[in-house]
Design a protein around this ligand. Structure first.
Ligand code: TXA
Ligand code: MG
Length: 355
């Protein structure tokens, strides 16, 4: 156990002395959690193999799941990569800083461990003044997976990070809750057309305004699909799971979904389980369970995304055994929300249309 230094910092105008303190840890091979616009990341110097190994260890992350590398300027991408296609360049110019991660061919400068032996690298420029200031002050690209223990829901507040990692990391820059709430979209630009490997904070619709973009089948899968190892290494691992079991109920008619959720609540309560319902403002009043939580309005999928991981953690804090979760529409950020929910459920999905 080490002492984790908690540095409260202004999200818009981070205090220079706190950023300097955090950057000293990074430069010395240490681990610092910091906010981005999506979720909190756990940072280490991406060019320091030992520091990156510490990062995997602190998170208990499998060594075959590479982190995302964070940069503060587009020009930093060029020394980390072999080739930047015109499409990749246009995407960076249009969507950075922002919740879009690009998969590119990596250069020899990047240590093997940072990319877990792959010949590609995931890079993004976060849209958060604290993250950008930390990268600038550290003077190196920062490898940062989400700052949770592997398999747990990603952290959207400093408290979430401390619950998982206090005593395992050197410091955290606490700038309050994150805005987007789900992680960045991972887009493979080594192929044409570019392909979304993980839906996230930059929606499919938004990317399509840019040009032709394809969706990898894993994005919408209702069961675990095995991608070739090199394409999307993280996808085979357990993800986003609270301690409670999660069951997702989906269907085209909302009233039928509500009936099924209530049926499942009854079923699990009869077995003596403590049952939670994860729903939306429109349906919240329809449920009775040990704990009923609304993600927000179905008409505001950005707030649904913002609330998702925090609510999954709240159910754990309340020691709920089973969470019955209503599906939400897959437009906009809803696609990322449903992808995370289905993974969190281990693909326990009930479709009421089939019945
Ligand atoms: O919003 C985010 O992306 C957050 C914040 C902290 O920036 N970071 C994040 O990192 O979610 P992480 O490590 O939890 O997720 C990285 C994802 C994983 O699914 C991983 O498999 C994928 O990116 N990835 C990393 N390198 C890759 C590569 N070379 N090819 C394909 N996928 C890659
Ligand atoms: Mg993660």
């Amino acid at each position: 156990m080490k002492k984790t230094l908690v540095l409260k910092v202004n999200p818009l105008q981070p205090e220079a002395e706190k950023i300097r303190l955090a950057a000293v840890f990074i430069r010395n091979g240490g681990l610092v959690a910091f906010p981005t616009e999506t979720v909190y990341g756990l940072g280490a110097n991406a060019l320091d193999a030992k520091a990156v190994l510490r990062l995997f260890k602190a998170k208990k992350r499998p060594l075959d799941n590479p982190p995302i590398i964070h940069v503060s300027r587009i020009k930093d991408v060029y020394r980390l990569t072999k080739e930047v296609s015109p499409i990749a360049k246009r995407l960076m110019e249009k969507f950075w800083p922002g919740p879009l991660t690009l998969i590119l061919k990596r250069s020899e400068l990047v240590p093997e461990v940072t990319v877990t032996g792959l010949d590609t690298i995931a890079i993004r420029m976060p849209k958060h003044n604290v993250a950008l200031a930390l990268i600038e002050e550290s003077g190196c690209p920062i490898a940062a997976p989400s700052a949770n223990l592997a398999g747990k829901p990603s952290p959207t507040s400093a408290q979430h990070v401390l619950t998982d990692l206090r005593g395992r990391i050197d410091a955290i820059l606490d700038a309050g809750s994150t805005v987007v709430g789900v992680e960045s979209t991972v887009l493979d630009v080594t192929i044409d057309p570019p392909e979304i490997l993980r839906p996230g904070g930059t929606s499919y619709e938004t990317l399509q305004t840019f040009g032709r973009i394809s969706l990898n089948p894993v994005v919408t899968a209702d069961k675990p699909l095995l991608l070739e190892k090199t394409r999307s290494p993280g996808l085979k691992h357990k993800h986003y799971a609270p301690k409670a079991d999660v069951v997702v109920v989906e269907g085209t008619l909302l009233p039928k979904v509500v009936v099924k959720v209530n049926e499942l609540v009854q079923f699990h309560r009869m077995r003596g389980d403590r049952v939670g319902v994860l729903c939306t403002n429109e349906t919240e009043h329809e449920y009775q369970a040990d704990m009923v939580k609304s993600l927000g309005s179905r008409n505001d999928l950005a707030s649904v995304a913002r609330n998702l991981f925090g609510l999954l953690r709240d159910f754990d804090a309340e020691k709920v055994d089973v969470i019955i979760a209503e599906a939400v529409p897959t437009q906009g950020l809803g696609l990322a929300v449903m992808n995370r929910l289905k993974k969190a459920s281990g693909y326990k999905i009930v479709n009421v249309d089939a019945a």
